[in-house]
Design a protein around this ligand. Structure first.
Ligand SMILES: Cc1cc2nc3c(=O)[nH]c(=O)nc-3n(C[C@H](O)[C@H](O)[C@H](O)COP(=O)(O)O)c2cc1C
Length: 238
C-alpha cells in the first residue's frame, strides 16, 4: 500500500475512536505481519531469547517472525547492479511485512555492525528502500545495567532518514538480561513477560493505526480506546 495512504488513514479524524467488540473483522482477515531483526549473530544470544519471548507473547492476530541478517554480504554500491542472492532474499522478506521490531544488543554504545549493514542493504537502491513507511519498534538488550540505551537511540536516529514511523511508548531497555532468563535461554521473569505483552500489543496497534488493517479486540476488551493514557509508560533496566 502506498505510504501516503497509511499516513492519511492515521490522520483520519472521522475514524471512530471506539469500536465495539461485535464490530471486529473476521479472524481470517485479521492478522498483521511483523518482521523481527536481531542485532546479535552469536549462538546463545540474549537478544534472540528476548526476541523469541516477544514472538511468544505477540497478540494472536499478529504474525511475527525473525528475518535473518547473518548471511548478508557487506553493503557495497558496486554490487547494486547485480545484487547478491542474500540481499534479494532479505529485501523480499522485509517488503512483505508491515512492521519491524529491532531487538538488539549495544556494541560500543551503538548498534552492532551486522545490524547496520542490514539497514544499509535494505535502504538501497535509493529510490526503492524497503524501510519507507514501515512501523518500527526497538527493544535493546544488555547483561549490564544501562539497558543498551546508546544502541536503542542510535537505531532510532536511522528511522528519521529511512522515513519509518516509530513506536515511542513504551520504550524497552532490557538490562541485567542474564537474570531474566533460565539456563535454556527462556524468559523466566514474569514482570518482563507482562511488559512484553503490553509492548507487543502496542506495536500491533501502531502498525494497525498506520495501515488498512484493523486489529481484533482481545478477550475482556469492551472497546478499542479503553486504555488510559500513561499506562504504557514503563521501561525495564533503564
Ligand atoms: C564488540 C562488543 C562491544 C560491546 N559494547 C557494549 C556496550 O557498549 N554496551 C553494553 O551494554 N554491552 C556491550 N557489549 C556486551 C554485550 O552487551 C554482550 O556481549 C551481550 O551479551 C551481547 O548481546 P547478545 O547476548 O544478544 O549477543 C559489547 C560486546 C561486544 C562483543
Amino acid at each position: 500500500m502506498p505510504h501516503f495512504r497509511r499516513q492519511r488513514r492515521a490522520l483520519d479524524r472521522n475514524r471512530p475512536l471506539c469500536r465495539a467488540v461485535d464490530d471486529a473483522p473476521k479472524p481470517e482477515h485479521a492478522y498483521e505481519p511483523g518482521g523481527i531483526l536481531i542485532g546479535s549473530l552469536r549462538k546463545g544470544s540474549f537478544s534472540r531469547s528476548i526476541a523469541q519471548a516477544a514472538i511468544d507473547v505477540a497478540p494472536q492476530h499478529m504474525r511475527a517472525r525473525v528475518v535473518e541478517i547473518g548471511d548478508l554480504p557487506i553493503y557495497n554500491e558496486d554490487l547494486d547492479s547485480n545484487p547478491p542472492a542474500a540481499w534479494r532474499r532479505f529485501r523480499e522478506e522485509i517488503a512483505s511485512v508491515d512492521g519491524i521490531l529491532f531487538v538488539t544488543p549495544e556494541y560500543n554504545r551503538s548498534i552492532p555492525g551486522g545490524l547496520k549493514n542490514a539497514i544499509d542493504v535494505g535502504s538501497r537502491p535509493q529510490d526503492a528502500s524497503i524501510w519507507k513507511g514501515k512501523t518500527a519498534s526497538v527493544i535493546s538488550v544488555t547483561p549490564y545495567k544501562l539497558g543498551a540505551f546508546g544502541a536503542n537511540h542510535a537505531l532510532r536516529q536511522t528511522f528519521v532518514f529511512l522515513d519509518m514511523p516509530a513506536l515511542q511508548q513504551p520504550e524497552a531497555y532490557i538490562g541485567n538480561v542474564k537474570d531474566l532468563l533460565d539456563d535454556t535461554g527462556k524468559l523466566r521473569d514474569e514482570g518482563t513477560k507482562a511488559f512484553l505483552v503490553r509492548f507487543m500489543r502496542a506495536f500491533a496497534d501502531r502498525i494497525a493505526a498506520l495501515s488498512e488493517w484493523d486489529p481484533v479486540p482481545q478477550k475482556g476488551d469492551r472497546t478499542r480506546c479503553a486504555r488510559p493514557q500513561g499506562e504504557m509508560r514503563k521501561s525495564i533496566g533503564g
